[in-house]
Design a protein around this ligand. Sequence first.
Ligand code: AMP
Ligand code: ZN
Length: 131
Amino acid sequence: MCIFCQIVKGEIPSYKVYEDDKVLAFLDIKPVNPGHVLVITKEHYPNIEETPIAELNAVISAVKTIGRLLKDKLAIAGYNVTENNDPVAGQEIPHLHFHVIPRQAGDGNKPWLQAEYGPGEAEAVLKKLQD
Ligand code: AMP
Ligand code: ZN
């Protein structure tokens, strides 16, 4: 059984922040910033495509609740919502979870390296997506 399933079952302790019938939210043990919350489905699904839409709706609704809570109670200026989908994207725990990461101005966390498309590259990608 995966570690998040064990947390859902109460076999491993967690700092629980929010719970409903489909969703559990708890503090990430290794936060990017204090108040970093993981929002998970209570059922085990490995990634977004495997997760039924009703469960995804419940998760994103809980993400909104957590975001409001963090802003109200921790006086944060904003937050990032991320979901590492599959190992190549940095997913370490194969149980769907969204990260809600508190941000403050000047905290130094830049999530993504970006680059311009080369000539014709955007058009080629778009063609593949549309074919
Ligand atoms: P990911 O790389 O998207 O799979 O993220 C997994 C996250 O789970 C990491 O940020 C870990 O710090 C966090 N994590 C791992 N074990 C636990 C645990 N027992 N309780 C809370 N967070 C955990
Ligand atoms: Zn699991």
